[in-house]
Design a protein around this ligand. Structure first.
Ligand code: FAD
Length: 478
């Protein structure tokens, strides 16, 4: 079979790339090694985690969030298998949706591990090895590698990899599929994935302790926002050991009684301790996944495990491109999607482009955290003179009506030009509110532009506008 484009991997990068390419008239195929389409995001990432975050939030609200609103309910009972069914149904609907879109757009799909077999200008061979060992060879003008990422292994003090069995020691995949609530859950890594999944199990009854190497939570996010967020999570019951490294995970007991003993020490090694846990979640990050692609044989350049690409997603081998988690940049589904669209447009002769300065990040806890652009620390490190406007949700009428007053909006503008360089939101609905900041920044908007835009009342978005007004010290409601 001869194609214009073969995409390896059907995650948000790969499947979106294939659809856009087909829309633009390219004869397109997708190769996927897993049983379902959608990659990490749809199967074991964004979608199942959000299904559990929503369901566990509802459980917590029914427990003690509703009574202050005058909605008196009996203490809720948890049906974990029904909650997991909700998760599975949500995943099922999404992955089937991708299969439907492939059919609709006349995209051929091949099940199996895709490998670059031979690459020469204008003709690339991709070998697909199915689960039964059967092999097919596809001929194509171009290949987009969208093979994603995998859980980063964690090493103990002796340098040995801490084994993940998905029962006692979990990756995010195991933490999305527990059959009972762990009484005590230790999370290694206080980043986005650790805190989202830690929040799920805390809401359902686990006592959660997070161990983080850095002296702060949410590395990469604005420090002021992260510090306030940590305080809110502590009030919710999560215990943090910051500036600490896990040095080992041992097992004690047998069968149902197996427990983990997590050893950790301060980063300088001066103080050490242990915690007993019913489950340990390793959430220290993800690494690019390139196994079986035949990159070395094909001569595709890699740097620290990531495929090296230029500004047009091209590798050093003509006709071979790469996008998503397997290349540089934030490991986020929407970044992978945008790169998928851009590279498809480039292959169709258009000018595909991704603005890496305006990629939002969201933590889907309660309250949520959302950010786009530079943090205060990053802006200062770049030598930008900044003006900062803040507005608390406690001064927003809608937030009060919803009893969702935790958090604030922080807008960072260039002090000389007023152009907005970063927006950070801690609060209910932050993940939705950040979209208007992204649009503003995409159009190089100023704090004044946002401040002069009429926002509906009463909405949480008024807090965003008020923060913009606060940049010029003229917020109305504070
Ligand atoms: P992937 O989604 O990883 O897809 C890669 C696909 O390639 C897989 O299906 C794999 O089987 C296939 N593949 C690999 N090698 C081959 C081969 N040789 N042949 C055939 N197929 C192959 N991001 C967000 O933006 N928002 C979130 O809320 C969010 N939540 C997350 C929660 C969790 C628990 C996790 C783990 C991740 C989360 N992410 C989130 C990150 C997000 O899932 C990734 O950034 C995104 O999936 C990357 O997309 P991708 O297309 O690059 O790769």
């Amino acid at each position: 079979m001869t194609y214009d484009l073969v995409v390896i991997g059907s995650g948000p990068g790969g499947y979106v790339c294939a659809i856009r390419a087909a829309q633009l008239g390219l004869r397109t195929a997708v190769v996927e090694k897993d049983a379902t389409f959608g990659g990490t995001c749809l199967n074991v990432g964004c979608i199942p985690s959000k299904a559990l975050l929503h369901a566990s939030h509802m459980f917590e609200e029914a427990g003690h969030g509703l009574a202050p609103l005058g909605v008196v309910v009996d203490p809720p009972r948890l049906d974990l298998s029904a909650m997991m069914k909700h998760k599975a149904d949500t995943v099922g609907a999404n992955v089937n949706g991708v299969a439907f879109l492939f059919k609709k757009n006349k995209i051929d799909s091949y099940r199996g591990v895709g490998r670059l077999k031979g690459a020469c200008e204008g003709n690339i061979e991709v070998e697909v090895v199915g689960a039964d060992g059967a092999t097919q060879t596809l001929q194509t003008k171009n290949v987009v590698i969208a093979s994603g990422s995998a859980v980063a292994p964690l090493r103990d003090a002796s340098g040995a990899e801490i084994a993940i069995d998905e029962k006692l020691v979990l990756s995010s995949t195991g933490a999305l599929a527990l059959e009972k609530i762990p009484e005590r859950l230790v999370i290694v890594g206080a980043g986005v994935i650790g805190l989202e999944l830690g929040s799920v199990w805390r809401r359902l009854g686990a006592k959660v302790t997070a161990i983080e190497y850095l002296d702060r939570v949410l590395p990469g996010f604005d420090l002021e926002i992260a510090t306030r967020f940590q305080k809110i999570l502590e009030k919710q019951g999560i215990v943090f050991h910051l500036g600490s490294k896990v040095t080992g995970v041992a097992r004690t007991g047998a069968g149902q009684e197996t427990r983990a003993i997590v050893s950790y020490s301060s980063v300088d090694g001066a103080v050490s301790d242990t915690i007993e846990a019913d489950a340990v979640l390793i959430a220290t990050g993800r690494i690019p996944y390139t196994l079986g692609l035949g990159l070395e044989e094909a001569g595709v350049a890699q740097e620290r495990g990531r495929i090296v690409i230029d500004d047009h997603f091209a590798t050093n081998i003509p006709g071979v491109y790469a996008i998503g988690d397997v290349v540089r940049g934030p490991m986020l589904a929407h970044k992978a999607e945008d790169e998928g669209i851009a590279v498809a447009e480039i292959l169709a002769g258009q000018a595909g482009h991704v603005n890496y300065g305006v990629i939002p990040s969201v933590v889907y806890t309660m309250p949520e955290v959302a950010a786009v652009g530079l943090s205060e620390e990053e802006a200062k490190a770049k030598g930008i003179a900044i003006a900062v406007g803040r507005f608390p949700f406690s001064a927003n009428g809608r937030a009060r009506a919803m009893r969702a007053t935790d958090g604030f909006v922080k807008i960072i503008a260039n002090a000389a030009t007023d152009r907005v360089v970063g927006v950070h939101i801690l609060g209910a609905g932050a993940g939705e509110l950040i979209a208007e900041a992204a649009v503003l920044m995409e159009f190089s908007g100023s704090a004044e532009d946002l401040a002069r835009t009429c926002h509906a009342h009463p909405t949480l978005s008024e807090a965003v506008r008020e923060a913009a007004l606060a940049v010029a010290k003229r917020a109305i409601h504070i």
